[in-house]
Design a protein around this ligand. Structure first.
Ligand code: PAF
Length: 289
C-alpha cells in the first residue's frame, strides 16, 4: 500500500487506476481505525479493484468545545491495518492543504442536516459536507463507502452527491458491533470500564423499540418511550432519543403512526464521551442480547 501526503499525487494515482480500467472505491475516515472501518474497506474491495482510503481529522466538523484536540491519532497503526485488508492507497493530507490559507468555501446541505445531531452540533454537517466534497473532487468518479452508524451523515452525503451532480456512487454499510452490541466507534477508546457498561444503554434502547416494532407497535410515542427508558437508566446526559422518517429525517410526533420503516436514533453522553447509535426498524437486524 502506498501512503501519500500529497493530494495531487493521490489525484493522479486514482486517475491512473481508472485509466487502467479499474473501478475506484474511496473510504474516507478520520483514523483511529477499528473493525468497523476495516469492514468498510473490505466492502470497498468487494466492489472495486482499486481501493483508496483517507485519514484526516477534519477540524471544521468539530465544535469549539468538542474533542478535536484529543481525537485519537495513530497514522502508523492505521496504515498497518489498512494494508492488512488490501487497501491500495492511503492519503493523509496536511490540514493547510485541505483548507488553504484564505479559504472561504463551505458546502451546506439543507433540512437533512438540521434535526438530530444537527440540532446539537451546529456546523458539524457543514464541515462534513465540505471535507467530503473536497475528497470526492480529489478522487474523481468512484464508489464511496460509509457506515450506517453515522446514519444522518450518510443521508446528508447521499443528498449532496445528488444535488451537486457528483460522479460518485454511495454505499452504506451496516453498523459493526462489539459482541455485546455496542456500536464500534473510535470514541469508544475514551470509555472507562464502568462507562463502557453504561454505554450499552444505547443498544438496549434500540432493542427495546425493535422488539415492540416486531410485535406490531407503530405508535411513534410508544416506540420512543421504549427506546428512551434504558438510555435514561444508563446516563442523565441525553441529547436525543428520536423516532424519525428514515429518508427525510423528519422527527415523528408521538401521536403519529409510523410506517413499515422507521429510524430510531440516539445520542447521549457517557462520562465525557458523546455516543450515537441508530437502527432503521423494519430494515436493520439488531444482534440479540
Ligand atoms: O465519518 C467520519 O469519519 C467523518 O465524518 C468523515 C466522513 C471521514 C468526514 O470527515
Amino acid at each position: 500500500m502506498h501512503v501519500l501526503h500529497d493530494v495531487e499525487a493521490f489525484r493522479n494515482a486514482c486517475s491512473e487506476a481508472r485509466r487502467a480500467g479499474h473501478r475506484v472505491a474511496l473510504v474516507p475516515t478520520m483514523g483511529a481505525l477499528h473493525e468497523g472501518h476495516l469492514t468498510l474497506a473490505r466492502e470497498a474491495r468487494r466492489h472495486a479493484a482499486f481501493v483508496a482510503c483517507t485519514v484526516f481529522v477534519n477540524p471544521t466538523q468539530f465544535g469549539p468545545n468538542e474533542d478535536f484536540a484529543r481525537y485519537p491519532r495513530d497514522l502508523e497503526g492505521d496504515a498497518r491495518k489498512l494494508a492488512s485488508v488490501g487497501v491500495d492507497l492511503l492519503l493523509a493530507p496536511p490540514v493547510e492543504v485541505m483548507y488553504p490559507s484564505g479559504e472561504q468555501t463551505r458546502v451546506r446541505v439543507g433540512s437533512l442536516a438540521e434535526p438530530l445531531c444537527g440540532a446539537f452540533r451546529p456546523g458539524h454537517f457543514e464541515g462534513v459536507a465540505t471535507i467530503v466534497t473536497k475528497l470526492f473532487a480529489l478522487t474523481g468518479p468512484c464508489l464511496a463507502v460509509f457506515g450506517r452508524k453515522d446514519y444522518q451523515q450518510l443521508q446528508v452525503i447521499r443528498r449532496l452527491v445528488r444535488d451537486l451532480l457528483l460522479p460518485v456512487e454511495i454505499l452504506g454499510v451496516p453498523t459493526v458491533r462489539e459482541p455485546d452490541g455496542l456500536a464500534m466507534s473510535s470514541r469508544n477508546l475514551y470509555l472507562q470500564p464502568d462507562e463502557r457498561q453504561q454505554a450499552l444503554g444505547l443498544i438496549r434502547g434500540l432493542r427495546a423499540a425493535d422488539s415492540l416494532f416486531r410485535q406490531g407497535e407503530r405508535r411513534a410515542g410508544v416506540l420512543r418511550a421504549a427506546a428512551l427508558a434504558p438510555v435514561e437508566e444508563a446516563t442523565p446526559w441525553i441529547d436525543y432519543v428520536s423516532v424519525a422518517d428514515p429518508d427525510t429525517l423528519s422527527i415523528w410526533a408521538d401521536e403519529v403512526s409510523v410506517g413499515e420503516r422507521v429510524l430510531v436514533a440516539i445520542a447521549a453522553r457517557v462520562g465525557n464521551t458523546r455516543l450515537i447509535d441508530n437502527a432503521v426498524l423494519g430494515e436493520d437486524t439488531l444482534p440479540l442480547p
